[in-house]
Design a protein around this ligand. Sequence first.
Ligand code: NDP
Length: 443
Amino acid sequence: MAYVDEVIELVVKKNPGEIEFHQAVKEVLESLRPIVDAHEEVYRREALLERLVEPERQIKFRVPWIDDKGQVQVNTGYRVQFNSAIGPYKGGLRFRRSVYIGIIKFLGFEQIFKNSLTGLPIGGGKGGSDFDPKGKSDREIMSFCKSFMTELCKHIGADVDVPAGDIGVGGREIGYLFGQYKNIKGAFEGCLTGKGLEFGGSLVRTEATGYGLLYLLDEMLRHNGHEISGKTVTVSGSGNVAIYAIEKAHQLGAKVVTVSDSNGWVYDPDGIDVAALKEIKEQKRQRLTEYKKYRPNSEYHEDGTVWSIPCHIALPCATQNELHLADAQALVDNGCIAVAEGANMPTTLDATKYLQQHGILFAPGKAANAGGVATSALEMSQNSERLSWSFEKVDRRLQRIMAGIFQKMADAAERYGVPGDYVAGANIAGFEKVANAMLAQGI
Ligand code: NDP
């Protein structure tokens, strides 16, 4: 049996029920076949793939907190420190009811290659909890965050592991988490990124994932003889990534016509009103049903998906496995030319294959949404030098990093005989650096 297949089988057997983790491992290892075949003897002797799919450390902990009625609640916290071959563990925290170890491991595994692609010295990790922030008061969120950090602070630090936000964790949560770390450790250090600008945060971090997605998309389109300006774009999600992807798409001359949340989706034929979206989501923390009050011409739907709306470019920015085969078929039938993943693993494996087979330019999340973690690494640099860079400086660096990521994935795809396959290109380019570092550091 091929080495790759043996390791996929091992992962399924050793991690029963963790279907998202299986999916992420399959997606990466399948596309590493050309490079694994070329180095099979060394990789097998060094058990390189077996080591790659086994986290260096998994931490699971109890998070008790008190709700507004005085009732004690208990959630489960996780931190998976997956791979530190090229730098301290780095990756976000996700607070959502559906969180379990399989989701954290899939995200942590993807993070290894994403972080490597940025060219910056950061390893892969991820964490979170099955806590659901929706409908909770500020005091309840604070109570939960303080309890979560009371345990997590034993395992992280500026040179050890530096978490950030993800679904359900934004500036408010990072503030509470940082405050608790500082209180317990008695040290003001860059133990988290995505911090407020008043206490060590970086300009552009809030916008970085969405802006970075558009910078990479722009590179991919131009490389293939297209341009963003004048294109119609569909976006899913209405959180941090979606909002700033839409903002940058509009700045670059495209028109975004959809957004969604877990209850429904909006079609606005005149183009999404970003100011209204920010007010609803960032300030009032409301649902998308409110959008029609700002834009009477728009439609709100509870059934179906945004992918039924004809577009040139689709940007899934909500969550994993949200773009299925039927959606991919609809996109192709409606004349879509490009898909770039703002979310992590939003496209199912069969949908990805279908899109690629039908000539759609496809930028995988680990490349396309790497702008967030890249800017987090720039926040770490600023914290280390105790300086703050200007918006323009960080934005320029972000643009350079995203252009570099496109170049790396396009080059790797060429070198390994699959030109234009950016899924394989991103995986191979991300893997090469980590594999070489692991081999150099020995057992
Ligand atoms: P947010 O919590 O800010 O927003 C998430 C958005 O997705 C919300 O609109 C949410 O709707 C929607 N959503 C979540 N789950 C589902 C679901 N099951 N079905 C439909 N809609 C859903 O998160 P982010 O914008 O930060 O993250 C979005 C994606 O981007 C995630 O995959 C994340 O891992 C990825 N990512 C984020 C980065 C960052 O810097 N923030 C960096 C790289 C990747 P609702 O309000 O109903 O929950």
